[in-house]
Design a protein around this ligand. Sequence first.
Ligand code: AGP
Length: 371
Amino acid sequence: SAAEKGGHDYFMLKEIEEQPEALANTLRGHFVDGRIVLDEQRLADQDLRDVDKVFVVACGTAFHSGLVAKYAIEHWTRLPVECELASEFRYRDPVLDRDTLVVAISQSGETADTLEAVRHAREQKARVLAICNTNGAQIPRESDAVLYTHAGPEIGVAATKTFLAQIAANYLVGLALAQARGTKYPDEVAREFHELEAMPDAVRHTLGVVPQVRELARELADSKAILFLGRHVGFPVALEGALKLKELAYMHAEGFAAGELKHGPIALIEQGLPVVIAMPSPKGRAVLHAKLLSNINEIQARGARTIVIAEEGDDTVKPFADHLIEVPAVPTLLQPLVSSVPLQVLAAEIARSRGYDVDKPRNLAKSVTVE
Ligand code: AGP
């Protein structure tokens, strides 16, 4: 009913709007007396100190949350992090031993590929930490430890609030590793939890773009394809934006690392092709920002219709943006938590304009329990 959907036409929009709460609930209780605690974890600090390599295994959107985490965890801990699709991991003889930490991310906790990856990792004696949104599901039951995301039940087949909650949980794991093992960036690590705590408000503020994005979506509904570009943590954001559009709007979509453009994908650019670009903050790494500006310039010059997601007040992008979506300023590693929001709305609303069932896209199930 409309009441269950919080007055929205579909659950996904309600769930998009629940993201501030999903983040706050996931972070709650994990910072006690100045320390990160992974209270549900059952991994001792000594276990975290023994780790010499991290594997993140997951599928779909959960995999994209892992790609985001790789940037943060490697930076804070200097541990090598490999992020791999669960369906590929197990069949290629990955190098694992008792000092490997495998982080298995799954909203449902029932995804067959991820479960098999967990089993394989445990057979190799690796320690497995599950990040899961469903209490008592199979993946946490078979893991050594679990950190729950508290996003609440997600009805829409397309993951939204659980994606943001996964990113937050992954960051808690990274911070806990940094705390247990020491870090080259103690000030940044000490600050980061507080920056995470400010994210529910930043996401709430970001929801202000919803009406603008819905209108844009209606204009783009007849497009044949849409491309998504990003760099650094904006790259997984681009992959996730494209996945959302494929699964909901049945539209061809691809996410690219912006630096790869000239190695092939730029050949796809033609007059009027919508290209969505997730810009990094101009206050972050200047080189990243400058490189993306030049990428947008290149594609705009070739006739693409540029849709730019940029930090509020970033005037440098304006000449290159046919359509500008402004999101609040947040630290670089946290940007996916705000820049993903307009992409979720875009996919949902394009799907709706095309007459599709946003909550139950064709051919898809909420949890995939076959390999
Ligand atoms: C996301 O929108 C998808 N429905 C899908 O990619 C999903 O994230 C994937 O199947 C993994 O599911 P899980 O998190 O329950 O393991």
